[in-house]
Design a protein around this ligand. Structure first.
Ligand code: HEM
Length: 382
């Protein structure tokens, strides 16, 4: 999409476009300035119920009861219940465990010669971590993957949306059973903590509890996997940068930031709506208008990043928007950075000769609005 953004950005900082046929037009912020302005402006609300009071619960996904679709003051209440588990200090404590998981995945790949780096490596690491943090069985991860994929993918086939409904029902049923068990046998995990908040009465409703669990599972499944895979792809296509990183492993922190900017896992922010009619960046918005931010376009804006289409792991100043900005700034950012860093370092240490094992033209991107991720990334380990 970067070529399209390069064309549109200089003329249209903030423009109305048709992103998917059949669906209403959306305002999209393409420049860094417009992106930042939308993300920080509270006149763009996230909870659809605020602007469409008549919308039925049936039309909205259960995940819209989570912090990501909430506005103040509910947003602060929902975010603070989970925040304690995600501070940089708490995440640092997970370092040893993440290293262990990455090493186990590396061991399983040894002797295979060629693998799909996504299924065999980039996917399992963040999933196992988030499942352990939440306190849900990692063995069920293929179910989670099916359910969470159907929440972020798009498809022209009408039967796809029937399938999405089925998946959401299955997901809800699963959470119901999980909660029934956890209520009887609480443990030292995030889920048990959320259950306590819900049982306390005024902190969390049952719908919000479901929303929080779904958000964590979806966020944990759809993002870091692509940080690892998009990151390796960026390094494969810029062999001089890969060489530099192998020679100086201490460049890894900068490399992660650059990968997030260059080929970030989240192409578009999630939905926002104009709370009222007003003029924004010279454009007249009507109450209820749908607004998105192209994080990918903002992060390639040449007025902020010099040579934006060049991967440079030694770039010094990189105020990228890959984790968003403002009150909805990614709660999982410290975790994602640590996972990305450990995963890429462990992989390069174990397989210094790793190479992509297909022509670039054969790579397929998943059909999603929000997520930018490959379907598969075939690699040769040596
Ligand atoms: C929000 C990106 C990993 C949890 C967000 C947003 C972005 C983002 C862009 C804001 C969306 C918006 O404003 O519309 C990423 C990227 C990741 C990543 C690029 C990986 C590289 C994670 C992980 C978790 C997580 C591992 C934790 C389980 C969340 C939550 C929010 C969020 C809970 C909502 C925050 C709020 O509404 O206050 N993420 N994310 N993310 N992310 Fe992440």
């Amino acid at each position: 999409p970067y070529e399209f953004y390069k064309e549109i950005r200089p003329h249209d900082a903030f423009a109305k476009v048709k992103l998917v046929s059949g669906i209403h037009d959306s305002w999209v912020a393409f420049t860094y300035e417009a992106a930042e302005a939308v993300l920080k402006d509270e006149r763009f609300v996230k909870n659809p119920r605020t602007v469409f009071p008549d919308v039925s619960e049936h039309e909205l996904m259960p995940i819209t009861h989570s912090m990501l679709f909430a506005d103040p003051p509910d947003h602060r209440r929902l975010r603070s219940l989970v925040q304690r588990g995600f501070t940089p200090k708490m995440i640092q404590r997970l370092q040893g465990r993440i290293e262990e998981i990455a090493k186990i995945q590396v061991e399983q790949m040894k002797g295979k010669g060629t693998v799909d780096l996504i299924a065999d490596y980039a996917f399992p690491i963040p999933i196992i971590v988030i499942c352990e943090l939440l306190g849900v069985p990692p063995e069920d991860r293929l179910d989670f993957q099916r359910w969470s994929n159907s929440m972020v993918e798009i498809n022209d086939d009408p039967s796809f949306y029937e399938q999405v409904e089925v998946h959401i029902k299955e997901f809800q049923l699963y959470i119901e059973q999980l909660l029934a068990e956890k209520r009887i046998h609480p443990q030292d995990d995030l889920l048990s903590e959320l259950i306590r908040a819900e049982e306390d009465g005024d902190k969390l409703s049952v719908q919000e509890l479901y929303g929080a669990i779904m958000l964590m599972i979806v966020a944990g499944h759809e993002t870091t996997v692509n940080l690892i895979a998009n990151g390796m792809l960026a390094l494969f296509t810029h062999p001089e940068q890969l060489k530099k990183l192998k020679e100086s492993p201490n460049l890894i922190d900068g490399a992660i930031e650059e990968i997030l900017r260059f080929n970030g896992p989240v192409e578009f922010s999630t939905d926002r709506y104009a709370r009222e009619s007003f003029t924004f960046m010279g454009k007249q918005l009507q109450k209820g208008d749908h607004v998105l931010v192209s994080l990918a376009s903002a992060d390639h804006d040449p007025t902020v990043f010099s040579w934006p289409d060049k991967l440079d792991i030694t770039r010094e100043r990189s105020p990228h928007l890959a984790f968003g900005k403002g009150i909805h700034y990614c709660l999982g950012a410290p975790l994602a950075r640590l996972e990305g860093k450990i995963a890429i370092q462990t992989l390069l240490n174990a397989f210094p000769e790793i190479q992509i094992n297909t022509a670039l033209a054969n790579l397929e991107w998943r059909q999603s609005f929000v997520i930018r991720g490959l379907k598969e990334l075939p690699v040769k380990l040596k």
